[in-house]
Design a protein around this ligand. Sequence first.
Ligand code: SF4
Length: 1003
Amino acid sequence: MTPRRTRLVRVADLQQFRHAIIWLCEHAPQPTVVLVPTSAARSQFERTWQAAASRSDAPAPLARPPVPTVVTRDELYELLHRRLPNAPPRLGPFERRALTLAAAARAAASAADGTLDTGDRARSDAGGRPPFTARPGLVAEMFRFYDELRRQSRRIDRFQELIEEALGGARSTDSGIDRTLAQTRLLAEAFREYERRVVASGRCDEHSLRERLLETPLAVPLSDVLVTVADWIAEPDGLFVSDFDLLARMPGVERVDMVCTEHLLGSGFHQRLHDWWPGLEEVEAGALMGARLSPSRRPLLETPADPPDRLWFTLRDRQEELTAVAQLIKAARRHAEVIPLDRVAIVFKKPLPYLYLADVTLGASGIPYTAYDRRPLASWPMVGAIDLVLEALETNCARAGLVALLRTPHFVPWNGAERPARPSLRAFDTTLRSAGYLGDRQALEAIERNWQAPRDRRALDEALAWVRALEPLTESLPASVLLHRLRELLAARLAPDPSAAAETGPDASIEPLQTGSASDTVLRLLAELADAHAAHDDPVWTPADLTAAVRALFEGQTFSEARQRGGVQLLDDRAARYGDFDDLTIVGLTDADWPERQPRNVFYPTGLLKALGWPLEHTRRSAADARFLDLLASPTRRVAVTTIALDDDAIAMPAVTLDEMPRARLSTLRTRTEVARLTAADALSAGAVRLDVLSDQALGWATLRLARTSPADPRFHGSLGSQPEQVWSVSALEVYLACPFKFYAQHVLHLEADEPDSDVMDPRQQGLFVHAVFQAFFERWNQLGGGTVTPASIDRARAVFTDVVDTAIAQLPPAEAGLERTRLLGSSAAGGLGEAVLRMEAERPVAVVERLLEHRLDGPVTLQVATESRTVRLRGKADRIDLLEDGTFRLIDYKLGRAPNRSRALQLPIYALAATERLSGRQGRSWSLGEAAYVAFKGPRRVIPLVPAGGDRTGVLAEAGARLTTVVDAIARGEFPPRPDDVYLCERCNYAAVCRKDYVGDV
Ligand code: SF4
């Protein structure tokens, strides 16, 4: 073994940490490889390296070594693999995934056929079925656990032994223990099978590479290694036991230095480090560097003015956190303080949503910034478009997904045709909805057969082309075949590639997993996954397996984005350790983010994991607290910490880490409370409008807006002045009572309602359908001479009604037909609307002599208002009027929902008054109101009388008359304020998009 020196360089804080790392690189006898946690940390290291060149104690430029090789843990293995002579090729992630799926499936098959002994209990629990299903998500967890075991230098046999020892032996009479033992045997068998398959593939993975590295010297030795990360217990990207072992034993390594802060060493890492590197030398950075180690400068901790003892700020949400930093920078500039922006940092634990919010806060304030982090590939718009293809596949090309697919600009139309225009797509959508299209090629072809020749059919052709193109993906086939088919489809359809830069803006330089455009990246990933399955394991997939695998493929990928504009640095807490800053704000201190959560092991409880060498939670917690304390003292001038009250509109809890802040022993500085106006929006909305700071375009708009009518003008509040006289329907006047502005939008402006996008009938269509069914029933019943429905004839009436309903629902799509049948005919749990109507009549003794269905009541109605009588012209249609033998009439109104509140209802009482006038003389006699009732489908009762038993019918009718004249007069005066009778109406209002709801309550 090569003799080597392993040395711990102890530093007091992160300022010394950075200084010591640079010094060690500058003074290493050989070029050094520096281990950092992430690529963002490497970027910060490189900035610090550049900045250090100008220090007075830096070596002369010619004497200074070149920038060291800075690598993350994964990159270290890549580098070692490249230098290893005759190394077998490394397994790529997709190949490895294919091997793990195959290994898990093989282990499951062995358990099923009894080759693998999982114990009697596991077999009897499974009841003849395979005791384990190799679902991709579970297999991913299994092999995450496998990697952890191997990285902690655990061999598979030893893992099984340790679990069996901890459980008291390989056999048990306890059913829980027995199942855990069976699971352990199954996991161990899957892991062994995977290792056999790796050997058979002639390739290597990280673990087999490590074994070779311990035996074979590198072609170009790695003599000097500088480790700046701790272990996996102390930080998320830390080294594992096997990595420490590799550095301690790998041939050719001569010097290994570890630089670590006192806080982190004190959290338990110091002891662990000595366990892994026996014979470790220790040295203080001061002793090593002497006077060249400058003393650290303690930053001031900025604290809120109120409450006085609080050490952190609580802001509303994450956007406000970034806005507060922008405020601070602007306020400092006003006071002529010079803050070099590239020495200001915003530090988070998780990059999203801060990376998205940076543009609307810092960017909108004219503050340049640089973001260092990797973003999910799924955030590319093109990946969103591909998701529409997967959705179409899953839903058998249902309407909403299919139309969305036609809308996206990321696909070119088939055969070079012209892209369907928006109006054409809207019309096509409406056609599909009216035809009750719920997906399926044959249903779409049926629509094509009925397509009327002159109509624009570009959207239909495009939709048919998609449906037919997706058909080859609906079969169950080997994974590689389905993936290649999908890839070919996308390759033919993805629009000429917007360059990677265009995907996120011209000033962004994006580096996908490898250089190339977005579509190249996506197609390459699909090809790699297909090839990996073809080479190593090619299970038969259903379309659902395909869509799940492709989504998982994209979700697992990230790309790095570095906006090269200088300015404020946005970075995570791991990278921040390597950056030299004056001013640092740590944001997002919520319970969900700080300290970071470790992924839960789904196989074993904490007690058993401890037997395998897993750390206890409090050990991790103390390391996380130590890193936070290091970070607090990291800048040279000022530090602030913020948490939030709301995270995505959910209440956020402050992180327990905040309680550690006093341990940093920083002097505090109470914040200035002044607020700067940051953005053009602030200049327009906060305080007096400032035009001088606006761009030309914004200035033009602002000037136009300032010249407009004052918002205090009554017209802004729905007051239009007198309106021409018009005859209104009673139902329209009921809309006015619900909300005057809704009436205005619907009945005066005749705006198209913003209907909900649904594949089933909306409430209005349902209402029309139910009315049509009752009309059809009574017409049929009359034709059959049914007369009054009585207890004797009710069964016959039920049969006729059922027949009518079945005929009507035959026109509806099957799913909707079932719903409507239940609504009308009821179910075993509740009676339907038809039963309520038939029983209502059968329970009443007086016979019906005539039925008036959907009966128009247009014309003047005389209303008694106070002591005056007044005539109003109206339009209206009663759902049903039954003329009874005793000279009275019964007025029925069907309601699909609940009956209206009596104090607001208009239709039934006004129809009652109108019918009394209109029916006079019918059949040579006069008719008086006997009964008026709603038949309502919702609510506790089906039949609700207009006037309750013992109620004052005259009073009810007079009140309705007064209400109606008030409404008619308000309309004549042109009063249409947005004033809903109940604010909940706004939630499902079809005119919300055109309504100034913010005025509700002001008027
Ligand atoms: S959104 Fe509310 S206030 Fe506006 S029209 Fe609808 S119900 Fe009236």
